[in-house]
Design a protein around this ligand. Structure first.
Ligand code: ADP
Length: 335
């Protein structure tokens, strides 16, 4: 597998007015060619800082960012310009030039690269077709919807024939339906053009819908990394659990009863399990929260249950779930 990026113990400390702030702490991860890689975390976790190290918009304080085995920090200005040409980026705020038409915006990276007018116009038209906006080439950005503006930004990003596309909260300003359409477009581009995509987001739904692998960033640190299905169906770190299973809206009925989390996949529905439990064992559990989601077309779900205080009853209930092939783990009260 070819690595597009290899981050080796990347740290970033911001220094302002004599104050220091560690925004990234020893982050090591790889991005593989052809994958859609998600980076998710709460606001302030360090995601933007991280993505900006990927094209050296941000210099790292220590560690290395290798792009196709080359340390970005070792490049001189000319080499860096060349490498940046193969790393495109799209943003939450689209960053279009408002005084230029749609097609002029798409042509912009080609103009900077010195591509002759006729050639860049043809390329820009081709890219507008890819994003479904060939009808809008003479329109100014102010006349476009948010989703259309992001399509123009994607066409512009593709015009340079990049090796990788970095997306910094690219759908965060869009409503869910338009977000879905933009993500579908990115997925198609990834599949058809074999373009590696790195997506920074605070939204689980974005990662679930299109990412192959995900890294969870928490407080500047890499909390967890893996296949989306694995991380989201059975999160190991506290940061991942917090993201995947947001705080429980139901309070437990007593202070001391044991809480468990059961995780099941799309082949098993949660409801018969609970009904069968009562039927087979005569024991009841208190459902504190239930949550199902679809990851890559397969349904996953989890429930937090409060067990009766009797230990032998607890054992019976847990064995029932385990024998049914569910993953069962104990939940801390203040998770
Ligand atoms: P995220 O994208 O996950 O919201 P950021 O990478 O933007 O997080 O920011 C991570 C932390 O670094 C935040 O606490 C932010 O205030 C701080 N930070 C970001 N940029 C700077 C800067 N230029 N100077 C000082 N602190 C910064």
């Amino acid at each position: 597998m070819t690595k597009v990026y290899e981050l080796q113990e990347v740290s970033k400390t911001y220094r302002n007015d004599g104050k220091e702030f560690e925004a990234l702490k020893n982050v090591s991860l790889d991005v593989n060619e052809g994958e859609i890689f998600g980076i998710i975390g709460m606001s302030g976790a360090g995601k933007s800082t991280l993505v900006r190290t990927l094209n050296r918009l941000e210099e790292v304080t220590s560690g290395h960012v290798l792009f196709y085995d080359k340390d970005l920090a070792s490049l001189n200005a000319r080499e860096l310009r060349k490498v940046r040409h193969s790393i495109s980026m799209i943003f939450q705020s689209f960053n279009l030039l408002n005084q230029r038409t749609v097609i002029e915006n798409v042509e912009q990276p080609l103009r900077i690269a010195g591509v002759p007018r006729r050639e860049r116009r043809a390329k820009a038209r081709e890219m507008l077709k890819v994003v479904g906006l060939e009808e809008k080439e003479k329109v100014f950005p102010a006349r476009l919807s948010g989703g259309q503006k992001q399509r123009v930004a994607i066409a512009r990003a593709l015009a340079a024939d990049p090796k990788v596309l970095l997306c910094d909260e690219a759908t965060s300003a869009l409503d869910p339906k338009i977000t879905g359409e933009i993500l579908d477009l990115l997925k198609t581009i990834n599949a058809e053009r074999k373009l590696t995509i790195v997506i920074i987001t605070h939204e689980m739904a974005v990662v679930e819908k299109i990412c192959d692998r995900v890294a969870i960033i928490d407080n500047g640190e890499l909390a967890e990394i893996g296949d989306v299905k694995e991380v989201f169906s059975d999160p190991k770190s506290n940061a991942a659990k917090k993201l995947v299973f947001p705080s429980n809206p139901f309070a437990p009925s007593s202070e001391e009863g044991t809480l468990i989390r059961i995780v099941f996949d799309g082949t098993k529905s949660s409801e018969p399990f609970i009904a069968n439990l009562v039927e087979k064992t005569g024991l009841k559990v208190n459902i504190l929260s239930a949550n199902t989601r679809s990851v890559g077309g397969i349904g996953y779900g989890q429930m937090v249950l409060e067990l009766p205080s009797d230990l032998s009853e607890q054992e019976k209930i847990i064995s029932f779930f385990v024998e049914g092939g569910l993953s069962v783990s104990e939940v801390e009260r203040n998770d």
